[in-house]
Design a binder for this molecule. Sequence first.
Ligand code: BGC
Length: 420
Amino acid sequence: MARWRFPDGFLWGASTSSYQIEGGNSAADWAVWEAEGRVHDSCGAAADSWNRYAEDVELAVSMGLGVYRISIEWSRVEPEPGHFDDDAIAHYAEWLAHARARGLQTMVVLWHFTNPTWLTENGSWEWDEAPARFEAFVRRVVPRLAGNVDWWATINEANTFARHGWLTGEWPPGKRLDYPGGFRVYARLADAHRRARSAIRELLGASTQVGLTHVVPWTHPAERGGGFSAGCIAFWDWLTTFAFLDKVRGEFDWLGVQYYYDSPCKTLHYDIDDGTPPRTDMGWRIAPEGLYAAVMLCWRRYGVPMLVTENGLADAADAQRSRFLLDHVAWLHRAIAEGADVRGYLHWSLLDNFEWAYGFGPRFGLVEVDYETFERRLRPSGELFGEIARANELPEGLRPDLRYADGQPSLAPNPDAGTP
Ligand code: BGC
């Protein structure tokens, strides 16, 4: 590989999710959660992508992206148990066909956090019928969308969902420190993944490649060179990553690795706020080398083809996103140079959207959205991302930084990738 060039056919793309961008999802459990005043914003029309998807697609095309990710809103498709809205399914089919006609590959995630209210009223993902209900939904939508989907994924971030719904209580169903409940959710979501994958393969052919997406934090010693417990890191890696993925090991054909921040670990403390800059608008640490670490962790353990399916930051001023992109993508380049089979990088997010418990404040988009007019505008970092995508390499003269924030080289130099 030439310096900073990516393999031929490497896919550059951007991700979104249904509830966060579409608007009008009043049958979702999150709509009830907001109505109860649990979030200071109400998602309402979101970015109105349900009506403006063609604009979103055009923005992806204008950046020269190769793949575009959406998810299917279960609560819209099955607002009442067993009652399917075929017009909604047809709308998704048109949306995906349009993206395909504009030359994009499409990635569909079948479940991205939100649930029909009836599911949550029955115990959410602790309900023993949840996996079978999900399978019925999958069997209904998959044949209708199939001709226009390149990448199927089942479950997005079981770990984030269980964490916020059963430990922090920030998301529906709002339980706190309920570890047994959280593990029941892992088991049900693993079952849902297996059932969905089998259904897709039965419907579309046994060789259909079905993946899932998972956020993988990089847990590492809080103090370089000591003062940590290896057991503590192993525990957090297990809790956040392996406890769920190991349940479906051997049953996913590709893995979507999602990485946002590192977690310095000291004894049993996790995600220590040591005041180290730089941080995002949400206070998350920026540690690009963690993308390398997360990818290598998964590559060594699971050995399946991977895509980075989310990586990004809240940055309303767009002051840090270009640097963030360059550095993360450079670390990904190193992982590939060292043998990890990574087929693509999708940024989170294509456009500003509803950031769950934080509402509309955080701005994750390569594209800025005006929530009054729904006007979209490509940010300068989006232009840079387009430049990278079109060239399939990092631009000459823009040098990524392969160091820790403290200025020390974090890994031995890689002769293929070049060093700062
Ligand atoms: C989720 C997205 C979310 C993003 C930023 C990921 O965990 O899949 O829905 O917006 O992180 O918090």
